[in-house]
Write a protein that binds this ligand. Structure first.
Ligand SMILES: [Zn+2]
Length: 128
């Protein structure tokens, strides 16, 4: 990690956490949270996070901006979706995900903790 790389540098005032190799920085802003997640090369939710959270799929809605890297999502019903930076992402609850390629994925998200989908007018789960 280069100190000159502002996309990866420490964020003043953020709460920093690490889970399953993911570096997470969170800033509370009124009712919302702004988050930066850095997913390492080779990251796979089912292997790296699932054992910590105990749900079959990720139950969070992800809304934001993929600033770097590539991610591959698989939904509960088998649908797949690929995102390549720079790209806005809308990922409904009920998915697995992995990092593709040889660089970490950096995702900037906005959420309302457990109320994200409702507050943003999105379905509670992936649907057609
Ligand atoms: Zn589907």
């Amino acid at each position: 990690m280069s100190a000159a790389d502002s996309l990866l540098a420490p964020i003043p005032g953020a709460e920093h956490q690490e889970l399953g190799g993911v570096q997470l920085d969170v800033v509370h802003t009124g009712n919302a949270r702004v988050k930066r997640s850095i997913y390492p090369v080779g990251f796979h939710w089912a292997r790296d996070i699932k054992p910590h959270v105990g749900t079959e799929f990720c139950v969070h809605t992800h809304i934001g901006f993929l600033a770097r890297g590539k991610i591959h999502m698989t939904f509960q019903d088998g649908c797949t979706r690929d995102y390549v930076a720079p790209q806005v992402v809308v990922i409904e609850a009920g998915h697995d995900g992995r990092v593709v390629g040889d660089e970490p994925a950096v995702l900037i998200e906005f959420d309302f903790e457990g109320d994200t989908a409702a507050r943003l007018g999105l379905p509670e789960r992936h649907q057609h």
